[in-house]
Write a protein that binds this ligand. Structure first.
Ligand code: SF4
Length: 143
């Protein structure tokens, strides 16, 4: 990714809209430090420009174009839609912490951040039924 490239205003607008809608839907907030949020928004918008999809900017991929063909790390990614966990800290609780309550106990997020309870369990996680498939994919196609 060319981090010097400033994303197009069209992509920025799409990503800002995605963030607005998804915080509302999932009952999360953006990070209290606006600079954290802005850097992720810029990364997502750059990826949208370059790859045609808002691939998560907080991970390393051996082949970004290949990865962008999978749904796994397209924002809002599978971990967010299944577990309400955002490792980038874009969608967090009011204290700026990632929600880890729904993660499998051996997930890196749970091990790094401990237990962070979901303040709005009635919202979000539309793909929660796919948890077993996600864990199978994590084993068979680490990305
Ligand atoms: S971790 Fe998931 S939800 Fe968070 S910014 Fe990356 S793709 Fe989006």
């Amino acid at each position: 990714m060319n981090v010097n490239h400033h994303p197009t205003s069209a992509s920025l607008e799409k990503v800002r809209k995605l963030v607005r809608i998804y915080t509302e839907k999932s009952g999360t907030t953006t990070h209290p430090d606006a600079q954290v949020t802005e850097s992720i928004v810029l990364g997502l918008a750059r990826n949208l420009d370059e790859l045609g999809r808002p691939l998560c900017p907080c991970r390393f991929y051996p082949d970004r174009l290949e990865e962008s063909k999978h749904r796994t790390w397209i924002c809002a990614c599978d971990d967010m839609q299944i577990y309400k966990y955002c490792h980038c800290l874009l969608f967090v609780n009011g204290e700026g912490k990632p929600i880890t309550e729904h993660l499998p106990r051996d997930h890196e997020g749970r091990q790094t951040s401990g237990l962070v309870v979901d303040p709005t369990p009635d919202k979000g996680r539309p793909l929660r039924a796919l948890a077993a498939q996600r864990e199978e994919e994590r084993r068979t196609r680490p990305s």
